[in-house]
Ligand binder design. Structure first.
Ligand SMILES: Cc1cc2nc3c(=O)[nH]c(=O)nc-3n(C[C@H](O)[C@H](O)[C@H](O)COP(=O)(O)OP(=O)(O)OC[C@H]3O[C@@H](n4cnc5c(N)ncnc54)[C@H](O)[C@@H]3O)c2cc1C
Length: 377
């Protein structure tokens, strides 16, 4: 008898978990991995599309390439989750699982910001990044406003990476003097893992003459007047508005009663929800600190170990620390990395290394290694 593990969502967390279970317990565990999409893309690949470094099809890694012992991939949309019975319904059928792992990521709530609909300029989806790439072709001068519309949002450095890369692009085109770049967001400082990490961003923004307008809540985008409205009643004009949409759990997760307070409550040590043998991995978990793929990956490792420890009757694994190392584009071919740990000690720790061209090479290796591990045999 094998244990049936259903993993909902084949993103950063789901792919890592499926790979780990296959590697360490293919004879004990049968995995059904379910995702609505045909392919996976790394979050950071959207920056490549935005800059025209890669086409949309070049960043899509088809799930049909998954070749893992004991793992069956199903391209289906999850329509219902019964957390008590661990029964999952999709538009094509239903699955009864011994262990259920919900790794459906964070969705975007466009309706939360009047005036900012799907199809607007953003680079938080692959399609949005392609639209923005095209819109930039004709943009020679004016005010670029990157607006962070809610918190928490995926990859806290991403709005600033976008600003650095746009700066480079305008410099290369000889138009930087004619373009003003501002980032407006709800946080009191950029990437506030620690004051020291944040200061690196403050300095890098200042060096590039990019303004971060802190602690502001954008409540409306008025496309007719080309201005945003802030909670305090102020307005700010733009010529090109790029939004980081409000994030929320996917509807199906909210309907399952897993996220009564907005995000999925978990035991932070092993990521089990209040329902036995139902875990939540990745962006949808209610954990302090940042949402990013590298944290989802480490969460998947702990959940894989926890599932196997229960199965084998061995000691529980080392507790989850909500830690990871993120690569960050600073422009000019340079990449930095931030090592962050949110739950390993009494307060979060973080340090930034680089930026350097060597770390840019490390980032490419990071992506290649995951691609081989998640999709190879
Ligand atoms: C511009 C940008 C840059 C980023 N850069 C980095 C970076 O450098 N490093 C980093 O670590 N992170 C980065 N991230 C963040 C990273 O992409 C996410 O944090 C990560 O993908 C989260 O993993 P996850 O497994 O929780 O969810 P996801 O990877 O989002 O996967 C969730 C999956 O669930 C599927 N799904 C959702 N609903 C359903 C449903 N009803 N039925 C079936 N399937 C469903 C989706 O199709 C998706 O494949 C970046 C993000 C962005 C937007």
């Amino acid at each position: 008898m094998t244990t049936h593990v259903a993993i909902l969502g084949a993103g950063f967390g789901g792919l890592e978990l499926a790979s780990r279970l296959s590697e360490s317990a293919a004879d004990e565990v049968r995995v059904t991995l379910i995702d609505q999409n045909e392919s996976f893309s790394f979050g950071f690949a959207k920056l490549d599309v935005l800059l025209g470094r890669k086409t949309v099809s070049e960043v899509q890694l088809p799930y049909s390439d998954i070749n893992k012992d004991g793992v069956e991939f199903r391209r289906e949309r999850v329509t219902n989750i019964d957390s008590e019975t661990r029964t999952v319904t999709t538009e094509k059928g239903s699955y009864d699982a011994d262990v259920l792992v919900v790794a459906l990521g964070a969705d975007y709530d466009f309706a939360a910001t009047p005036g900012f609909q799907p199809g607007e300029l953003e680079y938080y989806t692959v399609a949005g990044a392609a639209r923005l790439r095209d819109a930039l072709e004709d943009f020679e001068s004016g005010k670029v406003l990157i607006g962070i519309l809610g918190h928490p949002f995926k990859c806290p450095p991403a709005p600033f990476e976008g600003a650095f890369l746009l700066h480079d692009r305008f410099v290369e085109r000889g138009t930087r003097d004619a373009v003003e770049i501002r980032v407006i967001g709800p946080q009191s400082a950029p990437v506030p893992v620690t004051p020291e990490v944040s200061q690196n961003f403050v300095d890098a923004l200042a060096q590039r003459d990019i303004e971060y307008v802190a602690s502001r809540h954008i409540v409306e985008v008025d496309r007719g007047r080309k201005e945003i409205r802030l909670e305090a009643g102020e307005t700010a004009a733009y010529d090109l508005f790029i939004g980081v949409p409000v994030h929320r759990v996917p509807e199906v997760v909210a309907c399952a009663g897993l996220a009564p307070d907005g995000w999925v409550a978990v035991n932070p040590d092993n990521l089990e929800t209040r329902f036995p043998n139902v875990y939540a991995v990745g962006d949808l978990a209610a954990l302090p600190g940042a949402k990013a793929g590298v944290f989802a990956e480490n969460a998947a490792k702990v959940v894989a170990d926890d599932i196997l420890a229960r199965l084998r009757g061995t000691d529980p694994p080392q507790r989850y620390e909500h830690n990871g190392t993120c690569y960050i584009e600073f422009g000019g071919g340079n990449v930095a990395k931030v090592e962050a740990n949110f739950l390993g000690g009494p307060k979060p720790t973080g340090r930034l290394l680089g930026p350097s061209p060597e770390l840019a090479a490390d980032k490419r290796e990071f992506a290649a290694a995951r691609r081989a591990r998640w999709f190879g045999s």
